[in-house]
Design a protein around this ligand. Structure first.
Ligand code: ADP
Ligand code: MG
Length: 254
Protein backbone atom coordinates (compact mmCIF):
# COMPACT_ATOMS: atom_id res chain seq x y z
CA UNK A 1 0.00 0.00 0.00
CA UNK A 2 1.82 3.09 -1.20
CA UNK A 3 1.17 6.42 0.39
CA UNK A 4 -0.35 8.97 -1.90
CA UNK A 5 1.75 11.89 -3.00
CA UNK A 6 1.06 14.95 -0.91
CA UNK A 7 0.50 18.06 -3.01
CA UNK A 8 -0.30 20.71 -0.41
CA UNK A 9 -0.64 21.06 3.31
CA UNK A 10 -2.88 23.92 4.43
CA UNK A 11 -4.05 25.07 7.81
CA UNK A 12 -6.95 22.62 8.13
CA UNK A 13 -6.56 20.12 5.32
CA UNK A 14 -4.02 18.22 3.26
CA UNK A 15 -4.41 17.58 -0.45
CA UNK A 16 -3.12 14.34 -1.93
CA UNK A 17 -2.97 13.21 -5.51
CA UNK A 18 -6.18 11.36 -6.34
CA UNK A 19 -6.55 7.90 -7.88
CA UNK A 20 -7.40 9.30 -11.32
CA UNK A 21 -6.18 12.38 -13.18
CA UNK A 22 -8.26 15.40 -12.27
CA UNK A 23 -9.05 14.11 -8.80
CA UNK A 24 -7.61 14.89 -5.38
CA UNK A 25 -7.97 13.41 -1.93
CA UNK A 26 -8.79 16.00 0.71
CA UNK A 27 -7.69 14.97 4.21
CA UNK A 28 -9.30 16.85 7.13
CA UNK A 29 -6.98 17.59 10.07
CA UNK A 30 -7.90 18.46 13.65
CA UNK A 31 -5.67 21.54 13.48
CA UNK A 32 -7.42 24.83 14.01
CA UNK A 33 -6.17 28.32 13.31
CA UNK A 34 -7.72 31.73 13.73
CA UNK A 35 -6.83 35.36 13.16
CA UNK A 36 -4.71 34.54 10.13
CA UNK A 37 -2.96 31.67 11.95
CA UNK A 38 -1.80 33.81 14.88
CA UNK A 39 -3.85 31.53 17.13
CA UNK A 40 -3.27 27.80 16.73
CA UNK A 41 -4.77 24.77 18.38
CA UNK A 42 -6.25 21.34 17.97
CA UNK A 43 -9.95 20.52 18.08
CA UNK A 44 -10.07 16.79 18.68
CA UNK A 45 -12.28 15.02 16.16
CA UNK A 46 -12.87 18.16 14.10
CA UNK A 47 -11.45 16.62 10.94
CA UNK A 48 -13.79 13.64 11.15
CA UNK A 49 -16.81 15.86 11.72
CA UNK A 50 -15.94 18.45 9.06
CA UNK A 51 -15.37 15.65 6.54
CA UNK A 52 -18.90 14.38 7.29
CA UNK A 53 -20.59 17.74 7.47
CA UNK A 54 -19.00 19.01 4.27
CA UNK A 55 -19.86 15.73 2.52
CA UNK A 56 -23.48 16.04 3.63
CA UNK A 57 -23.91 19.66 2.59
CA UNK A 58 -22.13 19.28 -0.76
CA UNK A 59 -24.24 16.20 -1.55
CA UNK A 60 -27.45 18.04 -0.72
CA UNK A 61 -26.28 20.97 -2.87
CA UNK A 62 -25.57 18.58 -5.72
CA UNK A 63 -29.13 17.28 -5.46
CA UNK A 64 -30.53 20.76 -6.13
CA UNK A 65 -28.15 21.30 -9.04
CA UNK A 66 -25.47 23.40 -7.38
CA UNK A 67 -22.20 22.09 -8.84
CA UNK A 68 -19.49 21.23 -6.30
CA UNK A 69 -16.08 19.57 -6.34
CA UNK A 70 -17.29 16.72 -4.10
CA UNK A 71 -17.17 13.17 -5.50
CA UNK A 72 -17.44 10.86 -2.49
CA UNK A 73 -16.21 10.33 1.02
CA UNK A 74 -13.45 7.74 1.26
CA UNK A 75 -13.09 7.25 5.02
CA UNK A 76 -13.34 9.04 8.35
CA UNK A 77 -11.00 11.85 7.36
CA UNK A 78 -10.76 11.80 3.59
CA UNK A 79 -12.93 12.65 0.64
CA UNK A 80 -12.39 12.38 -3.09
CA UNK A 81 -12.85 15.68 -4.91
CA UNK A 82 -12.45 17.00 -8.45
CA UNK A 83 -9.31 19.05 -8.83
CA UNK A 84 -10.21 22.62 -9.71
CA UNK A 85 -8.34 25.82 -10.40
CA UNK A 86 -9.09 27.69 -7.21
CA UNK A 87 -10.24 31.27 -7.68
CA UNK A 88 -8.18 33.18 -5.07
CA UNK A 89 -11.19 34.63 -3.29
CA UNK A 90 -12.93 33.96 -0.02
CA UNK A 91 -16.56 34.68 -0.75
CA UNK A 92 -18.44 35.54 2.42
CA UNK A 93 -22.23 35.62 2.61
CA UNK A 94 -23.76 37.32 5.64
CA UNK A 95 -27.31 37.18 6.94
CA UNK A 96 -26.74 38.50 10.47
CA UNK A 97 -24.03 40.93 11.60
CA UNK A 98 -21.10 39.26 13.36
CA UNK A 99 -17.31 39.09 13.41
CA UNK A 100 -15.43 41.53 11.21
CA UNK A 101 -18.59 43.16 9.90
CA UNK A 102 -19.65 44.11 13.42
CA UNK A 103 -16.24 45.40 14.45
CA UNK A 104 -15.52 47.28 11.22
CA UNK A 105 -18.92 48.91 10.84
CA UNK A 106 -20.04 49.11 14.45
CA UNK A 107 -23.14 47.01 13.93
CA UNK A 108 -24.07 45.00 17.02
CA UNK A 109 -23.49 41.26 16.68
CA UNK A 110 -26.77 39.52 16.07
CA UNK A 111 -28.38 42.33 14.07
CA UNK A 112 -30.42 40.82 11.25
CA UNK A 113 -29.22 42.36 7.97
CA UNK A 114 -31.85 43.92 5.70
CA UNK A 115 -30.72 41.52 2.99
CA UNK A 116 -27.97 38.97 2.46
CA UNK A 117 -24.65 40.67 1.78
CA UNK A 118 -21.81 39.14 -0.23
CA UNK A 119 -18.23 40.20 0.47
CA UNK A 120 -14.99 39.24 -1.24
CA UNK A 121 -11.61 38.75 0.34
CA UNK A 122 -8.40 38.15 -1.61
CA UNK A 123 -7.17 34.71 -0.48
CA UNK A 124 -3.60 35.53 0.50
CA UNK A 125 -2.28 34.60 3.95
CA UNK A 126 0.72 36.95 3.72
CA UNK A 127 -1.62 39.89 3.23
CA UNK A 128 -4.11 38.64 5.83
CA UNK A 129 -6.88 37.99 3.28
CA UNK A 130 -7.76 41.66 2.64
CA UNK A 131 -11.27 42.62 1.65
CA UNK A 132 -11.53 43.60 -2.01
CA UNK A 133 -14.16 45.06 -4.30
CA UNK A 134 -15.39 43.57 -7.57
CA UNK A 135 -13.29 46.24 -9.27
CA UNK A 136 -10.08 44.77 -7.88
CA UNK A 137 -11.13 41.24 -8.75
CA UNK A 138 -11.80 41.96 -12.40
CA UNK A 139 -8.97 44.52 -12.82
CA UNK A 140 -6.36 42.10 -11.48
CA UNK A 141 -7.85 39.19 -13.39
CA UNK A 142 -8.62 36.96 -10.40
CA UNK A 143 -12.06 36.40 -11.93
CA UNK A 144 -13.92 37.76 -14.94
CA UNK A 145 -17.18 39.67 -14.80
CA UNK A 146 -18.93 36.49 -15.99
CA UNK A 147 -17.15 34.41 -13.33
CA UNK A 148 -18.30 36.88 -10.68
CA UNK A 149 -21.88 36.72 -11.94
CA UNK A 150 -21.77 32.92 -11.59
CA UNK A 151 -20.08 33.11 -8.19
CA UNK A 152 -22.68 35.54 -6.86
CA UNK A 153 -25.60 33.48 -8.14
CA UNK A 154 -24.13 30.26 -6.71
CA UNK A 155 -23.30 31.91 -3.37
CA UNK A 156 -26.89 33.09 -3.00
CA UNK A 157 -28.27 29.65 -3.89
CA UNK A 158 -25.98 28.03 -1.35
CA UNK A 159 -27.08 30.61 1.20
CA UNK A 160 -30.80 30.07 0.61
CA UNK A 161 -30.47 26.31 0.66
CA UNK A 162 -28.16 26.09 3.68
CA UNK A 163 -30.16 28.68 5.64
CA UNK A 164 -33.20 26.43 5.26
CA UNK A 165 -31.27 23.24 5.92
CA UNK A 166 -29.86 24.59 9.19
CA UNK A 167 -33.07 26.31 10.26
CA UNK A 168 -34.75 22.92 9.97
CA UNK A 169 -32.46 21.67 12.75
CA UNK A 170 -32.74 24.76 14.92
CA UNK A 171 -29.60 26.54 13.71
CA UNK A 172 -29.30 30.05 12.28
CA UNK A 173 -26.80 30.41 9.44
CA UNK A 174 -25.29 33.76 10.45
CA UNK A 175 -22.58 33.88 7.77
CA UNK A 176 -20.22 31.61 5.92
CA UNK A 177 -17.22 31.53 3.58
CA UNK A 178 -17.11 29.77 0.25
CA UNK A 179 -14.31 29.05 -2.19
CA UNK A 180 -14.94 28.47 -5.87
CA UNK A 181 -12.92 26.83 -8.59
CA UNK A 182 -12.89 26.42 -12.34
CA UNK A 183 -13.60 22.95 -13.68
CA UNK A 184 -13.09 22.12 -17.34
CA UNK A 185 -15.12 19.52 -19.23
CA UNK A 186 -13.39 19.44 -22.60
CA UNK A 187 -13.58 23.05 -23.76
CA UNK A 188 -16.33 24.06 -21.35
CA UNK A 189 -15.55 25.78 -18.07
CA UNK A 190 -17.88 25.64 -15.10
CA UNK A 191 -17.51 27.32 -11.75
CA UNK A 192 -18.10 24.96 -8.85
CA UNK A 193 -18.19 25.20 -5.07
CA UNK A 194 -14.88 23.88 -3.69
CA UNK A 195 -13.02 23.57 -0.38
CA UNK A 196 -15.39 22.80 2.52
CA UNK A 197 -18.62 23.88 4.16
CA UNK A 198 -18.38 23.16 7.88
CA UNK A 199 -18.43 24.80 11.32
CA UNK A 200 -14.90 26.02 10.44
CA UNK A 201 -16.28 28.10 7.59
CA UNK A 202 -19.77 28.99 8.90
CA UNK A 203 -21.14 30.90 11.86
CA UNK A 204 -23.93 28.75 13.26
CA UNK A 205 -26.06 29.90 16.19
CA UNK A 206 -28.71 27.97 18.03
CA UNK A 207 -32.01 29.55 17.05
CA UNK A 208 -33.43 29.61 20.58
CA UNK A 209 -30.38 30.39 22.75
CA UNK A 210 -28.00 32.04 20.23
CA UNK A 211 -25.35 29.64 21.50
CA UNK A 212 -22.45 29.53 19.06
CA UNK A 213 -21.92 26.14 17.38
CA UNK A 214 -18.89 26.96 15.25
CA UNK A 215 -15.22 27.98 15.21
CA UNK A 216 -15.95 31.17 17.16
CA UNK A 217 -15.91 28.93 20.25
CA UNK A 218 -12.22 28.34 19.48
CA UNK A 219 -11.47 31.91 18.33
CA UNK A 220 -12.97 33.41 21.49
CA UNK A 221 -12.02 30.68 23.98
CA UNK A 222 -15.63 29.89 24.79
CA UNK A 223 -14.93 26.24 25.64
CA UNK A 224 -16.93 23.17 24.55
CA UNK A 225 -15.50 23.45 21.04
CA UNK A 226 -15.54 19.72 20.22
CA UNK A 227 -19.06 19.48 21.61
CA UNK A 228 -20.28 22.27 19.33
CA UNK A 229 -19.01 20.56 16.17
CA UNK A 230 -20.55 17.30 17.36
CA UNK A 231 -23.86 19.00 18.03
CA UNK A 232 -24.02 20.32 14.46
CA UNK A 233 -23.37 16.81 13.10
CA UNK A 234 -25.88 15.31 15.54
CA UNK A 235 -28.62 17.71 14.53
CA UNK A 236 -27.96 17.03 10.85
CA UNK A 237 -28.34 13.34 11.70
CA UNK A 238 -24.80 12.43 10.59
CA UNK A 239 -22.83 11.97 13.81
CA UNK A 240 -20.45 9.07 13.04
CA UNK A 241 -21.59 5.98 14.93
CA UNK A 242 -18.01 4.89 15.48
CA UNK A 243 -17.32 8.17 17.25
CA UNK A 244 -14.77 10.76 16.25
CA UNK A 245 -11.82 9.67 18.33
CA UNK A 246 -9.59 8.14 15.68
CA UNK A 247 -6.88 10.35 17.06
CA UNK A 248 -4.08 9.25 14.78
CA UNK A 249 -6.25 9.17 11.68
CA UNK A 250 -6.00 6.32 9.22
CA UNK A 251 -3.02 5.97 6.93
CA UNK A 252 -3.81 7.23 3.49
CA UNK A 253 -4.16 4.10 1.39
CA UNK A 254 -4.13 3.62 -2.34
P1 ADP B 1 -5.49 26.93 3.49
O1 ADP B 1 -4.62 26.97 4.69
O2 ADP B 1 -4.81 27.41 2.22
O3 ADP B 1 -6.86 27.55 3.69
P2 ADP B 1 -6.73 24.32 3.78
O4 ADP B 1 -6.12 23.70 4.97
O5 ADP B 1 -8.09 24.87 3.87
O6 ADP B 1 -5.74 25.40 3.16
O7 ADP B 1 -6.63 23.23 2.62
C1 ADP B 1 -7.39 23.26 1.48
C2 ADP B 1 -6.68 23.94 0.33
O8 ADP B 1 -7.06 23.31 -0.88
C3 ADP B 1 -7.09 25.41 0.20
O9 ADP B 1 -5.97 26.18 -0.17
C4 ADP B 1 -8.13 25.38 -0.93
O10 ADP B 1 -8.15 26.59 -1.65
C5 ADP B 1 -7.66 24.23 -1.77
N1 ADP B 1 -8.75 23.48 -2.46
C6 ADP B 1 -9.98 23.22 -1.97
N2 ADP B 1 -10.71 22.49 -2.84
C7 ADP B 1 -9.91 22.28 -3.92
C8 ADP B 1 -10.08 21.61 -5.17
N3 ADP B 1 -11.22 20.98 -5.48
N4 ADP B 1 -9.05 21.62 -6.06
C9 ADP B 1 -7.89 22.26 -5.75
N5 ADP B 1 -7.66 22.91 -4.59
C10 ADP B 1 -8.65 22.92 -3.68
MG1 MG C 1 -8.72 26.87 4.16
Amino acid sequence: MARRRQLYEGKAKILFEGPEPGTLVQYFKDDATAFNAQKKGVITGKGVLNNRISEYIMMRLGEIGVPTHFVRRLNMREQLIREVEIIPLEVVVRNVAAGQMSTRLGIAEGTQLPRSIIEYYYKNDQLGDPMVAEEHITAFGWASVQDLDDIMALALRVNDFCSGLFLGVGIRLVDFKLEFGRLWDNEEMRIVVADEISPDSCRLWDVKTNEKLDKDRFRRDLGKVEEAYQEVARRLGILPEAGVRDLKGPETMQ
